[in-house]
Structure formats: C-alpha cells, structure tokens
Design a protein. Structure first.
Length: 508
C-alpha cells in the first residue's frame, strides 16, 4: 500500500475518485524500475539522488514516489559494517571525551584508541561509526521482477487501498460473498449482511444481498485503525470476478462517496509483499522491540486460527521456537469495554491444548481470571514489558533446551577440523545453548570456534612475528577461522596497531 501523503484523488462533483493511471505511464514506470535495478549494490542516498532527478523531470512527483514506494517494499537493504555501529559509537565517544577532541590530530588519536579497544583498525572504526544510518544502507537485491505494466496495475490497487484508509463504512456486492466474508472475519472487521431492495437486486454479480462493513465510529469513537483493514480487504474483493464497492470516506470532516468495481481494478499476477499491520500502538511497539532482540523465538503476526468451542480465536502473535516444532500463542488485551472483555474471556476459556500467554492491561482487572483459565497473565501498563514476556518464554525455553541436550551425547566429535559453534548447532538442529556445555575432545575452543590442535600447529609454522595483521587474517581465513584475535591469543601473539597503516603481529 502507499503512504497517505502519496494519495492522488479527485473530488470533482463531491465524490472521491482515485486518479488511476494507464499504459501511457509505462515509460515512467519503466524508468523508475530501471533506476532501482541500476543501483543494486549502492547506498540509499545515491539511489535517492537519482530518483530526485526523475521527479524533477516528471510532471507528477507523487506518482514517481508511489512507483518507488512499491518497488522499495520488495527491495532488500543491508547494513555493511566491519564492526557493530552502536558499539563502535559508544567506544569512540568515550575515547573522544578522554582525549578532548578539537583538532584533526586529536580526532585521529581518539579513533586509534577506540580501534585498540575494539581490536580493529582506525579505518574500520571510522567506516563503522554511522554505517547503520538509513542513507548508508546498501541495496542488495530486488526480490520481485516487475514489468512496467505490472507495476502500474499494482499501483492502481495500492492507490485505491490508500483511498480507503479514512473509510467509515464499506458496502460490497460480489459474485463470491463467501470469500469476502472469510476475509472479513480474518481481518476481524465488524459486518452485517443486508437484503437489497427489489429494484437493486441482480444489478451486480446476480446477488440480492450486500455486505456492509462498519467503520470505527460504531466502536472506537473516531479512530482510523480500521482503515488499514479496509484497505487489506480490497485486495480480496478485487480478486473476485464481478464486484462493486461503495465507501463513505471521512475527507477531513467531509463525507464523500467512493465507488469502485471490477472494471476499475484487478489483482496483479505477482503477489505483493504482505505489509504487517497492527491493531494498536501497544502491539506495534511490542513487535518492534521484540523483533530487535536476538532471541531463539520467531515472532509471527496474526498466526493460524485456533479452536475455541464453536468459534475460532486468532491471537495477536505467536512465538515459534527456532530449533523445533513448538509454538506459544500471545494475546494482548488492551481494549477496555466490558462487552469486549467478557467476550474475550469466553473465547479464551474455550481454548484447549495450546500454550498461550496473555498480556493484560492492568486497568481491566481480569488477570486472576486469566490465570484460573491456565493462560499465563502478564500485566502491563502503557506498554508490554519485553522482560516479562522473555521471562515467561524462558520456562518453555529451559524445557526445550534440556530435552534437546539430553538427546545429544556428552562428548561431541565434529568431523570438520574447524567449525563454529553456530554451525555445529545448526548441523544438529539445536540452539547454541544446547551444545555450550558439551565436551569436544578432538578440538580446542577459540572463542566461538572449534579448531583441531593439528590445525593450530600448522598455523604456528605459518605465522611469524612481524607479519601484518592483514596477512594473518588471510592465512586464518583460508582454514575457516574468522576470530583472528582468539586464534592469535592461542598462538601467543598480539596485534600492535600503527594508526591508519594497519597492525603488526608481535609476541605477547
């Protein structure tokens, strides 16, 4: 979908008409596509500068940015940095304060001191300082191969979806109502089915009924969170053969009517990247903070439905164990109406044979009721505590790790002469914690790498005092060792750094 600031609509005649584009715009779409394809491997700031040139030469900068937004959604960006940028900044700022940086020479001295602490070169430190800035990200690949015509078709659908962001009510007629209703339930929208007046029957898709999806006014008193769900629903509607959609749009306080049909839109053959949406800021903030952690759990948004008596429940999230088939469902209860709480508790009471955690807004006062239903309650106020969720998952993790450890022998003898702990864990299909306490009789442990003594003996013959650090790194890399510091320490060497000129290996 497009951002709201990229919306292009006409309000002629008091309506609300998305400004769709046709094949006449294929040259412009092709130029934006080519711009991305030609900048794979380059930084975002370089690509942005090239896109600005296209905007300047175009008669519609919003259209250029809309095309770019859709392509960018399928692009893969990566931070390329010799060192962890955040850690690097912490060390550099500490050393800068100690040196009192004012001149260029003092800056170089602070970088050298930071490099010594980070066991790296000053050049690597400087390149890492701000490598995680968005403008310095590298475009590594384009996951989807658009054609200009496909991009235009996706743009038109996305434009219509964005136009629905501020919808208060959506009315749908389709030749496949079951498919529409299934999507409505999956999106957890409120709906009803109305009988059409005699004179309106069979005018669209041979149906005598209309599906009415109610917007936020009826539930939330002027919130637009339903708008993104309306937009997602449009894709399902547009995927049916014959359909008509009417919507009442809140256009900055003025009600306007949006009319769409199968003659206006289709669904591109290329499946778009699914955009993750959230029902509340609490959910969004939790997902962002949890996903930033390097844990052994994958966070899944809106997982599969689970049975709850005669109904089904779609929890907000699920935690999937990365090293096996195990799932813990997670629901965030933050809505405050008594009717909602009663309905939610009834549904949870009917859920059986699954593991579930429930974060409960303390203002609801239902934590004890959830505990009695065997669903672990995590109270929160304002935002869900990552620490509390982590602790709740830890009890599952401890059991999973213990079970996996019991299945492995006490001594492990890897076939490889050099192997990292992460590679070995992946080979056995377990977490690194499982093999952490195992014995490796045939290998020495150098940091997170296991190395046979014979390999170290051979390296001792190749590495000599006075060699450059770069030469040593190349020798170690040839045998598969990327932790140069640990390897040199085991061989009795250290690195003497010489400013920007690199490092020299010295005896300890």
């Amino acid at each position: 979908m497009l951002r709201k600031d990229l919306l292009r609509v006409s309000r002629r005649g008091g309506g609300y008409h998305p400004e769709f584009v046709d094949e006449d715009r294929e040259p412009l779409a092709g130029r934006v596509l080519g711009c991305y394809q030609g900048h794979v491997g380059e930084q975002r700031e370089t690509l942005d500068a090239a896109l600005e040139e296209i905007e300047a030469e175009s008669d519609d900068f919003k259209l250029v940015r809309g095309f770019a937004k859709l392509i960018d959604d399928d692009a893969t960006w990566a931070v390329q940095s010799p060192l962890a940028p955040r850690k690097t900044r912490e060390v550099v700022f500490t050393e800068s304060e100690a040196v009192g940086v004012v001149t260029d020479d003092e800056r170089e001295r602070a970088l050298a001191r930071a490099a010594d602490r980070l066991d790296a070169t000053p050049d690597a430190v400087e390149r890492s300082l701000y490598a995680d800035r968005e403008t310095r990200e590298l475009l590594t690949s384009l996951d989807r191969r658009w054609t200009p015509s496909e991009l235009i078709e996706q743009y038109n659908l996305s434009l219509a979806q964005t136009a629905l962001f501020d919808a208060r009510e959506v009315r749908i007629r389709s030749d496949d109502p079951k498919r529409i209703i299934s999507a409505i339930k999956r999106l957890r929208l409120v709906y009803e089915i109305r009988q059409l007046p005699e004179e309106e029957r069979r005018t669209v898709a041979d149906t005598d009924r209309e599906i009415v999806v109610t917007g936020p006014d009826a539930l939330f008193k002027r919130t637009r969170r339903y708008g993104t769900r309306f937009a997602r629903l449009l894709r399902t509607v547009a995927g049916t053969a014959r359909w008509q959609l009417s919507a009442t749009i809140d256009d900055r306080g003025t009600d306007r009517q949006l009319e769409l049909s199968h003659e206006d839109l289709g669904v591109p053959d290329v499946e778009p990247v699914t955009e993750v949406t959230y029902d509340s800021d609490v959910e969004r903030e939790f997902a962002t903070r949890f996903s930033a952690l390097d844990l052994d759990w994958n966070l899944v948004r809106e997982p599969d439905a689970i049975e709850a008596g005669e109904h089904v429940v779609i929890p907000d999230f699920a935690f999937d164990w990365k090293h096996g088939d195990f799932r813990v469902y997670f629901e965030i209860m933050g809505f405050w109406t008594p009717e909602y709480v009663e309905k939610k508790l009834d549904r949870l009471d009917a859920v059986e044979d699954v593991e579930m955690l429930v974060a409960v807004d303390e203002s609801l006062g239902v934590g004890e009721e959830i505990e009695l239903r065997d669903h672990r309650a995590i109270p929160y106020s304002g935002q869900v505590s990552i620490k509390d969720v982590r602790n709740a998952l830890q009890r599952y993790e401890d059991d999973l790790v213990a079970a996996a450890a019991e299945a492995l022998p006490a001594e492990i003898r890897p076939e490889q002469s050099v192997v990292t702990m992460s590679e070995l864990a992946a080979e056995y299909g377990v977490s690194e914690a499982v093999i952490e306490d195992k014995a490796f009789p045939d290998h020495d442990r150098l940091g997170r790498t296991l190395v046979e003594p014979a390999v170290l003996d051979d390296l001792a013959d190749q590495i000599e005092e006075g060699m450059s650090f770069a030469e040593v790194e190349e020798i170690l890399g040839e045998v598969g060792i990327d932790d140069a510091s640990s390897a040199l320490g085991a061989l009795g060497y250290r690195v003497e750094w010489e400013g920007l000129g690199g490092g020299t290996v010295r005896q300890k």
